[in-house]
Ligand binder design. Sequence first.
Ligand SMILES: Cc1cc2nc3c(=O)[nH]c(=O)nc-3n(C[C@H](O)[C@H](O)[C@H](O)COP(=O)(O)OP(=O)(O)OC[C@H]3O[C@@H](n4cnc5c(N)ncnc54)[C@H](O)[C@@H]3O)c2cc1C
Length: 429
Amino acid sequence: MTWQSPIAPGISWYQATLEERPAYPRLEESTSADVAIVGGGFTGLQAAYHLAANGTDVVLIDAARLGDGASGRNGGQLGTGQHWWPEDMESKLGPERSKAFFRIAEDAKSHLLDFAKTHGINIDFQPGQISVAHKRNMEFSFKNHVEALAERYDYPHLSFLSKHETEERLGSNRYFCGIRDIGTGHIHPLKLLIGTGKAAATAGARIFEMTKADNIEQKEGRIAVSTERGTVTADRVLIACNGYIEEHLEPGTAAKVMPIRSFIAATRPVTKSEKILPGGESVDDSRFVVRYFRKTKTGELLFGGREAYTADQPKDISKHLRRQIAEIYPALKKIEITHAWGGNVGITMPRRPLVHEIMPGVTSIGGFSGHGVLLSNYCGKLFAEELLGQSSELDLYRDLDIPAFPGGGALRKPLLFLALTWFSLRDRF
Ligand SMILES: Cc1cc2nc3c(=O)[nH]c(=O)nc-3n(C[C@H](O)[C@H](O)[C@H](O)COP(=O)(O)OP(=O)(O)OC[C@H]3O[C@@H](n4cnc5c(N)ncnc54)[C@H](O)[C@@H]3O)c2cc1C
């Protein structure tokens, strides 16, 4: 029977094309561990793997099935660097910190690809990424970015694309210029997620699905994570719930990491004669409500866009995405859409990840702001290394100032809705 994620709408093409998806049991009784992890996305599973592989007794629980969160349902684009371009980060954080963040993202890239290779996970990696400008006046900043990365960040993999070159590479004349990055690429995220889960379980992590954490509190010098049928008691806890964090579980994280729902449609395979993305790169555009698309290894167009800022379930996900596809590829106006789905992107105010301690022994990590395929995996690893005394690199993120969204409990979501709607309207002018 086809599994419907209880926390996100639609069946993803990723899920539909998976050969195997192992099931993990529900937690049926109380247990104890060195480390308890709440949330089985990339962050939680990477932490579980690295801890277990180094002899730590780990229990990981997920409210749904592994891959039902953002990690198994995203655009699969690895990108380069952080959410902000390094030259923009320089002005806010200074050149040294900006360089450190760039380097960490490059380390994250190598780590992801090496991890998949070492564990024999076929992630369908395809090279190449193109960022495109939806406004004419962006040419200067695009050229400047290519130069800055080559000259100050020792990253020679970017090239500027003129309007004509962008058209050739995309098979669409809707954008004004672009940047091609041959130092990155895109993957089948659910295959990576499932493979990471298997690696963690093989290393000895105890994984439980359909097991929701209802409460986290300190008890007799340890931390108790309670669920419907049992409590996990541990010395350390990682909360890795990202855009699915609930206020009652951890109000401090919920105030700083808010969900935006993003949606993706998969079409029937496009043909060579349709001349769409002949070089196989993935694409993201410069809109505030980003449109991101790519072809899979078997030729289906995966097109992401249309964000929603309320909790209402959309009635017809594919209708809006079809309109957006047609804006870029008018010839695909009537193309068959085989799958359409959505998921929560966890964002923070400054669009930088949140790493913070909510009480002694309890760390919360999330808010990768649409840039988490690389960074969530790596932050999970860094968390494990920190506990193992092998690295303190996570401090780079911990030291960032991530404020709460304004408005307090009741007003936070409506205010975010208004702000995001305003920014998304600006995409049109
Ligand atoms: C549609 C979409 C497209 C995206 N595209 C890209 C992209 O192309 N490139 C990119 O870099 N990033 C992209 N992202 C973002 C990226 O997917 C995330 O940043 C990343 O996967 C976050 O991983 P995570 O482990 O922190 O959280 P998640 O993968 O969201 O995992 C959180 C987990 O916590 C569990 N959970 C929540 N509450 C509880 C609880 N109380 N008890 C137990 N478990 C709980 C959930 O069930 C879930 O499995 C996209 C996201 C979406 C939704």
